[in-house]
Design a protein around this ligand. Structure first.
Ligand code: NAP
Length: 300
């Protein structure tokens, strides 16, 4: 029997890579090589127990990357802007990966990319954690490295953490502080990424060279809030905060997030129909929230 093709998965201990590892292992077509900086951490041990080959590599250490990618048919690549808040670093990490994938002859890379907003808006808007990924997408194309970019919408999972509803001043209700005015915002559960990546890997001819915007559905903030109220039994309302007020909120990254929402207001290209074709089990926001109801109420 021929050996299975190896897919090297970056960010395997995290949300995106973790979803990809779990979908690939469940399916069984590919062998999974999961990358972490620390193979002894509990999340890495879990991956090994689940059937992945777990290897140590660091996006800042080219030698380790070369060995993680050697012999692989393909890779899933995600870089984490929020680890360092540096566009330059994210671009540097991405470019090293592109050069290695090209030199080592990988046949299909799935890159977790996003738009180069600065370029798209002729310099009017800068979203550092988008722009860097956009530059890396362009570098992949210039290098003629066979790549599909998956551009994820806002994770529903953010509603459990940094974007959870805030207790309102009256103390009896909650405000959902997402500065989208009345414009619908795409969203997706990050756990639905893995099956979509698997479908893309299984049909390389259909998807190499494409940028795919993944989204389960588009809802206004008022609609997100209404579903939250229905599922949790709490009163949750759209705070109707404009981006210019949001960017002055006192938390690290508020300005960067506000720039992202300003770009979302331009309705980036996210393909709901293709997302459901790639992963027919993609959850709607309500389905996702019903699954996470307990964690959501606890987070409030
Ligand atoms: P995550 O859950 O925080 O996981 C980060 C992963 O990156 C971990 O597995 C970590 O592995 C790995 N990592 C970090 N630095 C590394 C390095 N130097 N070398 C090797 N591995 C490294 O992050 P995520 O949510 O999966 O992905 C974050 C990215 O998603 C960000 O760039 C963000 O812009 C993008 N994104 C987010 C959203 C959203 O709504 N939140 C939407 C679209 C795109 P170890 O610690 O095990 O080494």
């Amino acid at each position: 029997m021929a050996a299975k093709k190896i897919i090297t998965v970056f960010g395997a201990t995290g949300a995106q890579g973790g979803s990809v590892v779990s979908a690939l292992i469940k399916d069984g077509t590919f062998a999974v090589r999961a990358v972490t900086r620390d193979t002894s951490k509990p999340a890495a041990v879990k991956l090994k127990d689940a059937g992945a080959e777990v290897v140590a590599a660091d996006l800042d250490d080219e030698k380790s990357l070369k060995s993680a990618l050697s012999g692989a048919y393909g890779a899933f690549v995600v870089t984490n802007f929020w680890d360092h808040f540096s566009k330059e670093k994210e671009v540097q990490q991405g470019k090293v990966i592109v050069d290695l994938c090209k030199d080592l002859g990988l046949e299909h890379v799935i890159y977790s990319g996003l738009e180069n907003v600065n370029k798209l808006t002729n310099g009017k808007l800068e979203v550092l954690h988008f722009d860097g990924k956009g530059e890396v997408e362009e570098y992949f194309r210039e290098a003629c490295c066979p790549m599909t970019s998956v551009r994820l919408a806002f994770y529903f999972d953010n509603f459990l953490t940094m974007c959870k509803p805030q207790k309102s001043k009256d103390g009896n209700s909650y405000d959902l502080v997402i500065p989208m005015c009345d414009v619908p915002m795409d969203g997706i559960s990050v756990s639905d990424l893995g099956p979509a990546v698997l479908s893309i890997l299984k049909s390389p001819k259909d998807y190499i060279g494409k940028n795919i915007g993944l989204s389960a559905e588009k809802l206004t903030v008022a609609q997100y809030a209404a579903i939250m109220s229905k599922v949790s039994g709490k009163v949750i309302k759209d705070a109707k905060m404009p981006p210019d007020v949001y960017e002055k909120l006192p938390f690290g990254g508020a300005e960067e997030m506000a720039s992202m929402f300003k770009f979302y207001l331009m309705i980036p290209d996210r393909d709901v129909a293709l997302t459901h074709k790639l992963n027919p089990n993609t959850k709607s926001f309500q389905q996702w929230l019903e699954e996470k109801k307990e964690a959501f109420i606890k987070a409030l």
